[in-house]
Design a protein around this ligand. Structure first.
Ligand code: CBF
Length: 829
């Protein structure tokens, strides 16, 4: 009483100051509204895909609400923020993950069932967002989930490729690549921000000018492209916090376009449009080696420039002194792909903000941290100087200046040791003068992280030995982790329910250390019963998928033995296939009575080969050729089957991993930086057959070697084995199976010849021959353990119980504390 009418803004807030309700009735109303107004179908007639779209939009509304609240809260609190720069994110499906993190899965399922739809069926309608190649890209997605869940004030930045990772189609056993038209039916999970766009410049010249009596450099670019933002809300679990993944798409610069249209040059305007859009068109399908393409470099700079303009704009909105920048901003370089960012920050601070070089350099050295994901020297990116100089002339000058200062400092520290100086230089002299992006990143970052303890040791003692000796304090490691939300709660709901039942709480979904509580029940007969039942249901789901996809019926009593990952020689899928041939050959040569003792196996292999990687493609073909023989051999029947799962991606992994009994992580020791697939299997209670490589070494410490099947040369033994004369390396069984391939037992004799040549004699770089005997022993041990199902179940429970250390929550907390210096900023509910 007595109060006049509320001001309009206040009235509006009052109206809006309630969140969308999450009960089934409200959800149902929202879904029907979206059917009618967003999808524009009649609410009396819509199909599964349209129902999925309407459901997705209803979930998206809820995400947007939280996104707004979180961003406003961050703005008000102004904490130090982390910006995670990555050229790759393998997000997979968003619906299933969002409804779990928002806590509305069951309500959605209820709402849909009353409308006559099944939630699971609709979830299957969504395609994967595959904006990345493999481990590195999926790791980025897991880390985003943890950053949101742990309430860190963080944003991810990446590229919105119009075509994600190619679709793998198998024809006659050969891999063919097809474009991934993932945006063809729209993407309800992104918000296009037409008003958030920045010009990105390329080419041109650099001129010297005088400003306020001081000489300065001015870059006069030759081409400008516009970067437009697409925001992808990332919800945390058990929190209102919803962070942002901002992806950039390239569009033509408006002005140039208009000019062409106005002068009637319609064709040129269209060509120009396409030229600009090409930048964010395709994801390079090779995560191992630098493509040597200008377009790839253009992608890198396009992404870096747009992200930094956005970050600096946000900083300036509230701050006017760049000396405060390191207090407010942490920039994470996810591998070397975004490393031009260090040069771009120098350019902006010196050329545009007119800070002195030393002041700018001091800022740069305090904001960047770098994580490398490889041990393979050939995977460290190098960019030809000519290419860089033509595309980004001012950046090349800055790199030279950074390198000059670094070399001068280095000479003071180590003297005129030219060998070392040239190895550590950012500029590599030689036939093709190049910029070493890893050296650039190390010189400019305050921290260099490896992705497992073993990886870090290899970096310190081999790959970056000189840098470690110079700056030991910069080197750290954060063993990778994966999110239990996606890899247990979403993909294995029955295991999730079982764990919560036995732990008496769901708290482990946010506090993974609680999983260790399962150890106490590892021998409990009731838990064994229930555990086996869950595993059987998951195997049934996988068996149905296998039959639908390949026509092969598999026995649920068999051991499901899985190796799914990118196809690479060092990951040794070939070792697996050769041992399957050995198993087949043994069965064929057995008496009927002996065969009764054979443990039946379904061997499942899946993965993509980079399109230009011939050896990997041959491995895929060999797998199919062997499968063809074995699966059609009635004499062997259910004792052995070999299945290749085509088009391996995140959603296929979600189906395969929970149904696996055994999984293989068998890289030659010293080659896998970390590996994250092993962690997903471990969490799901699948036993590991592995070499002591990457993060497996730490898994051994957590669950004990008695709970897994280890084999193969240790990392310190590898160099000597490579030296050893070929006669001593491979056992007879190995030569025998290779001979079977050579002799055309599986057809395609000529085609497989080079594969066989590559693993025999001195060519066996990845040591398939010398590890073969111990690999077969580990396989035999797995068979033996599988016969004793109680023992196997106990090992399985202990695997899940011991997997807590491999949650990305642990990795992210460690990064936050020891690398980025950021703290949680929890938006009130
Ligand atoms: O760190 C994440 C993963 O990255 C890779 O996939 C990569 O692309 N460099 C490595 O090969 C993995 O070992 C690592 O787990």
């Amino acid at each position: 009483a007595g109060l006049g009418p509320k001001p309009q803004a206040e009235r509006m807030f009052a109206l809006m100051d309630r969140f969308l309700s999450n009960d089934p009735v409200s959800l149902q109303k929202d879904i029907l509204d979206h059917v009618e107004y967003t999808v524009a179908r009649s609410r009396f007639s819509f199909d599964d895909f349209e129902a999925y779209q309407a459901l997705a939009h209803s979930v998206r509304d809820r995400l947007i609400e939280r996104w707004h609240d979180t961003q406003q809260y961050f703005k008000r609190k102004d904490p130090k923020r982390l910006y995670f720069l990555s050229l790759e994110f393998l997000m997979g499906r968003s619906l299933s993950n969002s409804v779990i993190n928002l806590g509305i899965r069951d309500q959605c399922a209820d709402a849909l069932s009353q409308l006559g739809f099944e939630y699971e069926v609709l979830a299957e309608q969504e395609g994967d967002a595959a904006l990345g190649n493999g481990g590195l890209a999926r790791l980025s997605a897991c880390q985003m989930d943890s950053l949101a869940t742990l309430d860190y004030p963080a944003w991810g930045y990446g590229l919105r490729y119009q075509y994600g990772l190619f679709r793998q189609v198998i024809l006659d056993g050969f891999q063919h690549e097809q474009p991934d038209y993932w945006l063809n039916f729209g993407n309800p999970w992104e918000i296009e921000r037409v008003h958030v766009s920045y010009p990105v410049k390329f080419y041109g010249t650099v001129e010297e000018e005088t400003l306020n009596g001081k000489s300065c450099k001015v870059w006069l670019p030759g081409e400008t492209v516009e970067a437009v933002a697409y925001d992808n809300p990332i919800p945390g679990y058990g929190t209102r916090n919803t962070i942002n993944l901002r992806l950039w798409a390239a569009k033509p610069d408006g002005q140039y376009d208009m000019e062409s249209y106005n002068t009637g040059d319609y064709i040129n305007a269209v060509v120009n449009r396409q030229r600009a859009e090409t930048i964010s068109c395709v994801l390079y399908p090779d995560d191992r080696s630098y493509q040597g393409k200008e377009l790839r470099l253009k992608q890198h700079y396009f992404f870096v420039s747009a992200s930094l303009q956005d970050i600096i704009r946000r900083f300036k909105d509230g701050h006017n002194n760049f000396d405060d920048f390191p207090e407010k901003v942490a920039l994470q370089l996810n591998d070397t792909h975004p490393s031009l960012a260090v040069v771009e920050v120098m350019r902006v601070l010196v050329d545009e903000e007119h800070l002195g070089w030393d002041q700018a350099w001091n800022i740069v050295c305090r904001i960047f941290s770098f994580t490398t994901h490889t041990v393979l020297p050939e995977a460290l990116e190098k960019i030809p100087v000519d290419l860089l100089g033509s595309l980004l002339p001012r950046h090349l000058q800055i790199i030279y200046d950074i390198n000059f200062n670094f070399m001068e400092e280095l000479k003071k520290r180590i003297g005129l040791d030219f060998n070392r100086l040239s190895q550590m230089s950012i500029v590599e002299e030689g036939a093709v003068k190049s910029i070493r992006m890893a050296n650039l990143s190390i010189v400019c970052s305050h921290t260099v992280n490896g992705v497992s303890r073993m990886h870090s040791e290899l970096l310190k003692t081999r790959v970056f030995k000189d840098f470690y000796e110079l700056w030991p304090h910069k080197f750290q490691y954060k063993t990778n982790g994966v999110t239990q939300r996606r890899w247990i709660v979403v993909s294995n709901p029955s295991l999730c329910a079982l764990i919560s039942k036995w732990l008496g709480t769901e708290a482990w979904i946010r506090d993974i250390d609680l999983l260790i509580g399962l150890q106490e029940f590892a021998a409990d007969a009731d838990l064994h019963q229930e555990w086996k039942m869950v595993r059987k249901v998951n195997k049934m789901r996988l068996a149905e998928y296998i039959e639908a996809m390949s026509g092969v019926k598999v026995s649920l009593d068999a051991m499901f033995d899985v190796q799914i990952k990118r196809i690479h020689e060092y990951k040794r899928q070939l070792l697996n296939i050769l041992s399957i041939i050995h198993r087949y050959d043994c069965i064929k040569n057995m008496e009927k009575t002996q065969r009764r003792k054979v443990v039946p196996r379904v061997c499942i292999v899946g993965g993509k080969a980079a399109p230009g990687y011939e050896v990997a493609k041959k491995i895929i073909k060999l797998c199919h050729a062997v499968a063809e023989k074995i699966n059609n051999d009635a004499d062997v029947g259910d004792l052995l089957k070999l299945i290749f799962v085509p088009d391996y991606n995140v959603s296929v992994a979600e189906l395969v991993i929970p149904g696996a009994d055994l999984s293989q992580h068998i890289s030659t020791a010293g080659h896998e930086a970390s590996g994250t697939g092993c962690m997903k299997f471990l969490m799901n209670g699948c036993l590991l057959l592995a070499t002591a490589d990457g993060s497996t070494v730490e898994i051994i410490e957590e669950i004990g070697e008695e709970n897994m099947f280890l084999f193969g040369a240790k990392v310190h033994e590898v160099p000597a084995l490579r030296e050893k004369s070929s006669d001593h390396k491979a056992p007879l069984q190995f030569s025998h199976v290779v001979r079977m391939v050579r002799d055309g037992h599986f057809g395609f004799k000529d085609y497989f010849k080079s594969l066989c040549d590559g693993v025999e004699g001195d060519s066996d770089f990845y040591l398939l021959g010398s590890d073969f005997a111990s690999y077969l022993e580990a396989q035999a041990a797995a068979d033996k353990a599988f016969v004793d199902q109680e023992k196997w179940t106990q090992m399985s429970i202990l695997s899940t119980a011991g997997s807590g250390r491999f949650s990305s929550d642990r990795t992210i907390e460690d990064y936050a504390e020891t690398t980025w210096g950021i703290e949680p900023c929890k938006c009130p509910s």
